[in-house]
Design a protein around this ligand. Structure first.
Ligand code: ADP
Length: 487
């Protein structure tokens, strides 16, 4: 089979710059796709961390002016990833994370910053880099959403376009006066173009014009076609349902491998599950929890936001502690939730520990040392932490939404269907229903054999990228073939 060439476009990429699961996916998928005969170059903004990761980058293009200043397109590789970097100091040479300054506030020119990224993607799609003319431009999330629109309005030959939604809650909406600054023609500002409730909608544009739309789990693909899950875009997605599909995310099984993990106290595999005890003890020590092998230790690794349902868990703290369980939470985000968890930890010393912040190494130890990982999301496009938990023998306790519903098999459901249970799922997403799942887990835990079976079922679940990359490869090939048939 001839290798297909893909330019992926995204605002973050692991291991260089990450605020969430998007970076994990964008960093892992190209490597898995390579095994399927797909060559990927990933276009990312030239943030300081990205430029520092590519000291020997080659200059591929130089433009005197793009959206307010001179830009260069650089090419280079890092950690097995082939990167294209939009070096635009006026847009990206700034401290902070990809979207906000050190004070946590979004940059006021985020529209222009990511329009420039999308514009460069479109130009590469139209052949600007002679040595790599792609068959596909694959846009990830709203920051890349204008790429299919630029290609549409440019006319002429173009590659296929794929738009992947990692989270419908982030849509990229900007005032209509910006249309000109984005370099979009005035005719684009209609409901069949980039207009979205009176604004310029970046994600909307991508969903309107991409040849194929994917999202990160089959259940989320259904949920986003409904009014609530679609968050304003449900109608458009229903219209485009024939080209919409859900492909589950995988995890990078070399980064998340309990047999080789450098961040944990004792490495282990399914046949040495007893070694997890040393990780549990290390986690309890590290976080100041009582050294209690028999207390069911719940872990959480999460952004603290309404989406993640962690207010529901906070309401359950007394019940958790009263039932003899422990809770270890790592996360940051909503100041009210941060304060709430810190206060709860103070009130329950030795039973509950909270670390506010982002800590990759601690995330690994929580996966290796907790007995169960709680993910009570109100909506969850795919979710990665429950996948890591499955691989690390931490039994997931999850709400039955999106990718959580697709990846965790509840004990009761498995009994009925005769499948292999891997965790506990609850619905609806309420304080009471979460309380019920926690009670069920607490009741199950003392039966060491039954718990071990859950862990082993989880550890033998395929959470790798291999098959999922194969699904992307098939989608790319199908999209290219359909376009060729049309022309
Ligand atoms: P989302 O992208 O919505 O935040 P995901 O579950 O898809 O949620 O991905 C979150 C990723 O970020 C996972 O790799 C998880 O381990 C990591 N993560 C989240 N919060 C933290 C944190 N405070 N410290 C370290 N890693 C974190």
């Amino acid at each position: 089979m001839t290798p297909l060439r893909v330019v992926a476009v995204a605002s973050e990429i692991y291991p260089i710059i990450k605020t969430g699961g998007l970076a994990d996916v964008v960093g892992a998928l190209p490597i898995a796709l390579h095994a399927c005969g797909i060559e990927t170059r990933t276009l990312v903004p030239g943030y300081p961390d990205v430029l520092a990761a590519l000291p020997a980058a080659e200059v591929l293009l130089e433009w005197a002016h793009l959206h307010g200043g001179p830009v260069r397109l650089l090419g280079g590789s890092h950690a097995g990833l082939d990167l294209l970097v939009l070096d635009a100091p006026h847009l990206f040479a700034r401290p902070g994370n990809p979207y906000a300054g050190p004070d946590g506030r979004d940059w006021p020119d985020n529209g222009v910053r990511f329009a420039a990224l999308s514009r460069m993607a479109a130009e590469i799609g139209r052949g600007a880099v002679r040595s790599f003319v792609p068959d596909i431009v694959h846009a990830h999330d709203w920051q890349a959403g204008l790429a299919p629109a630029y290609l549409h309005y440019a006319g002429g030959p173009r590659p296929c376009t794929v738009m992947t939604v990692h989270n419908m809650a982030f849509q990229g909406k900007f005032p209509p006066e910006m249309l000109d600054a984005f370099g979009l023609p005035s005719r684009s500002f209609t409901i069949h173009g980039v207009e979205y409730y009176g604004m310029v909608g970046f994600l909307k544009a991508g969903l309107q014009f991409a040849d194929r739309i994917t999202t990160v789990s089959p259940t989320y693909a259904v949920e986003i076609q409904q009014d609530e899950g679609g968050m304003g875009l449900g109608g458009l997605l229903r219209e485009r349902s024939k080209v919409l599909s859900g492909i589950l995310n995988g995890i990078d099984s070399s980064v998340w491998n309990p047999q080789t993990d450098p961040h944990i106290a004792a490495r282990f595999s399914a046949s040495e599950l007893q070694s997890r005890a040393a990780n549990k003890a290390a986690l309890q020590r590290r976080l100041g929890l009582e050294a209690s092998p028999d207390a069911l230790l719940l872990g959480v690794i999460s952004r603290l936001s309404w989406q993640k349902g962690l207010d529901l868990l906070l309401e359950n703290v007394s019940a958790i502690v009263n039932q003899g369980m422990q809770l270890a939470l790592l996360g940051s985000g909503d100041p009210d939730l941060e304060r709430g968890y810190q206060a709860a930890a103070k009130a329950n010393p030795g039973r509950m520990a909270v670390v506010i912040g982002y800590d990759e190494a601690l995330a690994h130890l929580i996966q290796a040392g907790s007995d169960a990982l709680v993910v009570p999301s109100r909506f969850e496009p795919c979710g990665l932490t429950q996948l890591c938990a499955l691989r690390y023998g931490a039994v997931p306790i999850v709400s039955g939404v999106g990718g959580l519903a697709d990846t965790v098999i509840d004990v009761a459901e498995a009994d009925m269907a005769g499948g292999a249970p891997t965790g506990f799922r609850f619905a609806p997403v309420t304080v009471e229903s979460l309380a019920g799942a926690l009670r069920r887990a607490a009741g199950f835990f003392p039966d060491k054999q039954a718990w071990r079976r859950l862990q082993l079922n989880g550890m033998s679940t395929d959470v790798s990228w291999r098959d999922r990359a194969g699904q992307y490869a098939a989608l790319y090939r199908d999209a290219v073939a359909s376009r060729q048939n049309q022309s």
